[in-house]
Design a protein around this ligand. Structure first.
Ligand code: OAD
Length: 252
């Protein structure tokens, strides 16, 4: 289906020489990864993702939390980047623009589409490390063929459990990641906010900060969000429809 580009958005994209794209779970939705706030189905529908993705959840029950992350690793491995991820990678290859991606997503779909990601502000699922000595863990991660409710995490050489490289509620953001995203927003002449509900801070503060510095901000999201009143232009479209249409319209 043809995706109509709002003329002002196209004009901003044509003129922009520095574009920063802020992405959230909606970016990967059309690859088949459910967003954070989608109603879950199956085994994990009985559990609250917010408590699984937390330091307290891990300390209370590492086997439950690991089983959930093992299932998520399986989901990420089994899907492919979508047309939106590929469009951003193509856009970044143009000589007339510097394009930065700062994402809340812990998957590797931007990278698998060929993009370099400036900042994974909420960490990277596949960057496993020891939960105590912090040593990176490189051995392959086994994912059960069927989701299970409990799974013992791998064990580091130091004898402690290995954990995913994500940021849990109650933890600090990876050093430098937020600052890199912030700098990229401030030096941009266009910020696109794609597929995020804008609920989780400090990431959700970036559009307002950019606007405060006179940088135009466009939201690409099929639904209204917490950010919709804080952007200059709204494009109600999905990531995998809007981004390829926009990049194609920029021409060669
Ligand atoms: P959410 O699940 O909160 O929001 C997903 C957004 O994507 C919603 O606004 C949807 O309308 C939108 N969306 C759905 N399908 C889309 C599509 N095809 N194209 C574009 N947009 C689409 O996900 P996030 O905003 O990423 O943090 O969540 C932010 C953080 O909350 C996550 O990084 C995670 C979670 O708690 C941590 O784990 C620290």
């Amino acid at each position: 289906m043809e995706c109509l580009i709002p003329p002002t958005v196209l004009e901003l994209a044509r003129r922009a020489r520095a574009v920063t794209v802020l992405t959230g779970a909606g970016m990967s939705a059309e690859s088949g990864i459910p967003t954070f706030r989608d109603p879950a189905t199956g085994l994990w529908s009985r559990f609250d993702p917010m408590s699984l993705a937390s330091q307290d959840g891990w300390e209370a029950d590492p086997e439950l939390v690991w089983a959930w992350y093992a299932w998520r690793v399986g989901r990420v491995r089994s899907v492919e980047p979508n047309a939106g991820h590929h469009a951003l990678a193509r856009w970044a290859q143009r000589d007339d623009v510097r394009l930065h991606i700062a994402t809340q997503n812990i998957d590797d779909l931007h990278e698998r589409a060929g993009s370099e990601v400036l900042a994974h502000v909420h960490g990277s699922l596949l960057a496993f490390r020891c939960s105590v000595c912090q040593e990176p863990y490189q051995a392959p991660i086994e994912v059960p063929a069927e989701p299970v409710e409990r799974l013992e995490p791998p064990v580091c050489d130091c004898g402690q459990y290995v954990r995913p490289g994500v940021v849990w509620f109650g933890e600090m953001l990876p050093q430098g990641a937020f600052d890199a995203a912030l700098d990229a927003c401030l030096e941009a002449d266009l910020v696109l906010v794609v597929g995020t509900s804008g609920i989780v801070y400090p990431f959700a503060s970036l559009p307002d900060i950019a606007r405060g510095h006179g940088v135009p901000v466009v939201e690409i999201n099929p639904e209204e969000t917490n950010l919709s009143d804080h952007v200059d232009h709204i494009w109600r479209a999905s990531a995998a429809a809007a981004l390829p249409a926009l990049v194609e319209a920029l021409g060669n």
